[in-house]
Ligand binder design. Structure first.
Ligand code: ADP
Ligand code: ZN
Ligand code: ZN
Length: 661
């Protein structure tokens, strides 16, 4: 009897053996429909063992082969095996996470194959001459076709990184290879897709992102897998698209945290892309104006080649002048300082556009003294105490220390203590009051919930029907508005004192990106940052447009604190509806971790940054090792021990290389 071992989308590590019916011989990677309980499911054949432990009377038969989907190629299969193993998830779940939802359905209509339609192999013309720096960067990457060649493209905003990517993609196509082009934000893909299609006429290009309909997604996946699609352009999930002739990977905005998936298979699409390039023996370009410290360190240590673009591509486009507004002297009224209001008025009078940017990315509030800049820190950790307003306490999220909120500043005795916090809506109202007649649009998660809403607003900005845009990090990158000359930044101080060790890196990246919106085409740009700390070195580095200085100083801090990239970390997260159980689970998990041995440092359990969510108490436990080689086998042993505990009152998950720790 022939046997097939089949992985199903279940939260279990094991695969299931089935008998193979007469006439079928599905190789590893085949999709099959199998009976499961009383229903049927799609599964993936992971092995063809010679025998099975399942007794003959309990062995069920494969119902049928999924005929309109070719088996996963061995190389794509191995990439998914790597993901499952590295991110500590069951293989079945990982395989299924990589498949479009339509292909996971046991009963569906057959998908029509559009046939092999002929694709252009160029040559492809470019509308611009490359600058000397761009040419050098293209050469630096292009010399690595046909071998593993990771390159960090560190190029300031407006330096023309996209032109570099497009020229390299043209080279890949001309060599008869497929190219994978990853971007972080869904909102940016339609604009970019248009540009890429215009650049490569006669080439089959597919977009792959979560806003596509199920049918479109399945078509895109199949086109990539068959090799018909020559370019796959997409977000995080596109990193796992099967591509038999893959010859080049581009990861734009490689520092962007949205490359990390936050549930299920918690993979980093950027890291997977590099690993994939290594397995396939091809070049991978990681591009950014503000590279992640991990990638910057890799480039400095020679593991990645480095290509730099230090000038804007337009000779006339200079970098904006960045200034701080001292909000201790110029006290904002309802969030907006007098200096910012005056600058906005001047733009309105000249018919130019402005962007008012709020940084509200999940930072925990820290208590500040507005007189002497004292802020609440933990005496036992190099960390800030987080304000828990309801409980009236300051708490350390690293060691658990807590104390009452002081009535007066312990530094100077002033009673002017305050957390910071402004909403986009409130700023929009303030501006409407202060600038009557101005056409203001707000862009945040609320106003862009509807599909196409963001594109509508951005179209209106482009058509100059809007004077002032108010919004959050959605506006920070990618958009290019010739008439936009002023960027105001509100409320970024809290990130200076966040408990998250990546907060400063994120803030630098965000401010650089958002500043990059101003003065893209000839008109000089200005950036005003409202702050209580006008002399803070981070703002000075943003103003000097000096990423390298910032990154080198930040890396030195990471080295001393032994945080990534100088160590490798994983986070065990637990949550429970029963008070105290998440923490209790983590305490015993910490014991197991210490017993599991290895050269791994086990921290103490602490509350999650968001301590309570949807009725669940949440806590987390950090483990740290000097190398991946030390961390990985430990995680495998630890996870097995945790699975054995099988505590049903607690939900837990492991996050390898967490982005929020
Ligand atoms: P980045 O992604 O590095 O911020 P972009 O790729 O958006 O920069 O390029 C900024 C602007 O410069 C775009 O309008 C682009 O069309 C233009 N550009 C890029 N390269 C050149 C070039 N070689 N000559 C003229 N304009 C260019
Ligand atoms: Zn004080
Ligand atoms: Zn502490």
């Amino acid at each position: 009897m022939k046997i097939a071992r089949v992985a199903l989308d279940v939260p279990l590590d094991q695969a299931f053996d089935f008998a193979v019916p007469e006439g079928l011989d599905p190789p590893r990677g085949s999709l099959v429909v199998v009976p499961f309980g009383r229903s049927s499911r799609v599964g993936v054949v992971v092995a063809r063992p010679g025998r099975t432990e399942v007794p003959a009377e309990r062995l069920r038969e494969i119902a049928r082969l999924v005929e309109d989907v070719a088996p996963l190629a061995e190389r794509d299969f191995e990439l998914l095996e790597f993901c499952a193993s590295y991110y500590q998830r069951p293989l079945g779940e990982t395989l299924h996470a990589s498949l479009p939802p339509r292909l996971r359905q046991a009963s569906r209509r057959a998908i029509k194959s559009p046939g092999a339609a002929e694709t252009s192999r160029g040559p492809f013309a470019s509308p611009v001459e490359t600058t000397a720096e761009q040419s050098a960067a293209i050469e630096r990457v292009g010399e690595g076709f046909g071998r593993f060649h990771p390159v960090l493209l560190a190029g300031i905003t407006g330096s023309g990184k996209t032109e570099v990517y497009l020229r390299l993609i043209a080279q890949a196509l001309e060599r008869g290879l497929q190219a994978l082009y990853l971007v972080p934000e869904i909102g940016l893909t339609p604009q970019l897709e248009e540009r890429v299609r215009g650049r490569f006429p006669g080439v089959a290009i597919v977009a792959a992102h979560s806003h596509l309909g199920e049918g479109e997604r399945a078509q895109a996946w199949l086109a990539a897998q068959s090799g018909r699609a020559r370019i796959v352009l997409g977000t995080r999930l596109a990193a796992l698209s099967p591509m038999p002739q893959l010859g080049l990977i581009v990861v734009d905005e490689e520092h962007d945290p949205s490359y990390k998936q936050h549930e299920g298979l918690r993979y980093s699409a950027r890291d997977v892309a590099v690993r994939r390039a290594q397995m396939a023996g091809i070049p991978v370009v990681l591009g950014s104006a503000t590279p992640s410290l991990e990638s910057w360190a890799n480039a400095k240590q020679g593991r990645y080649a480095l290509a730099e673009l230090r000038e804007r591509a337009f000779a006339s486009a200079s970098l904006p002048a960045v200034r701080t507004v001292d909000t201790r002297a110029d006290k904002p009224v309802d969030g907006v300082s007098d200096a910012l209001l005056r600058a906005l008025k001047a733009r309105l009078a000249r018919g130019e556009q402005s962007l008012v940017f709020l940084n509200r990315r999940g930072f925990s509030p820290v208590l500040f003294c507005r007189s002497c800049a004292w802020h609440s820190t933990c005496s036992r950790c190099s960390a800030n105490l987080v304000l828990h307003l309801k409980a009236g306490e300051l708490r350390c999220h690293h060691c658990g220390h807590r104390e009452r909120v002081p009535a007066r500043c312990p530094g100077c005795g002033s009673a002017d203590l305050a957390p910071v916090g402004q909403g986009t809506q409130r700023i929009e109202e303030t501006l409407a009051r202060g600038l009557p007649g101005a056409r203001i649009a707000r862009v945040d998660r609320d106003t862009t919930a509807r599909k196409g809403a963001l594109a509508d607003v951005l179209g209106q900005v482009r058509d100059e029907k809007i004077d002032i845009l108010v919004g959050t990090q959605m506006l920070a990158k990618g958009h290019d508005y010739p008439r936009l000359t002023l960027v105001g930044v509100i409320d970024s101080d809290c990130a200076l004192y966040s408990v998250d060790f990546r907060a400063a890196e994120r803030l630098f990246a965000l401010l650089t990106q958002v500043a990059g919106r101003a003065g893209r085409a000839g008109e000089p740009g200005e950036v005003l940052i409202q702050t209580d700390f006008p002399t803070h070195p981070l703002y000075a580095a943003v103003a000097a447009h000096d990423y390298a200085a910032f990154a080198d100083a930040a890396l030195e801090e990471r080295r001393i604190a032994r945080f990534p990239p100088f160590a490798h970390i994983a986070l065990l997260r637990a949550e429970s509806k029963h008070a105290g159980e998440a923490a209790a689970f983590l305490r015993s998990a910490a014991k197991l971790a210490r017993a599991a041995g290895g050269k791994v440092e086990v921290f103490d359990p602490v509350p999650a940054p968001l301590e309570r969510k949807a009725g669940f108490d949440r806590a987390q436990l950090l483990v740290r090792a000097a190398s991946r080689a030390a961390l990985q086998p430990f995680l495998r042993r630890w996870r097995e021990a945790l699975l054995e505990k099988d505590d049903r009152r607690v939900r837990w998950s492991l996050d390898v290389d967490p982005q929020e720790a």
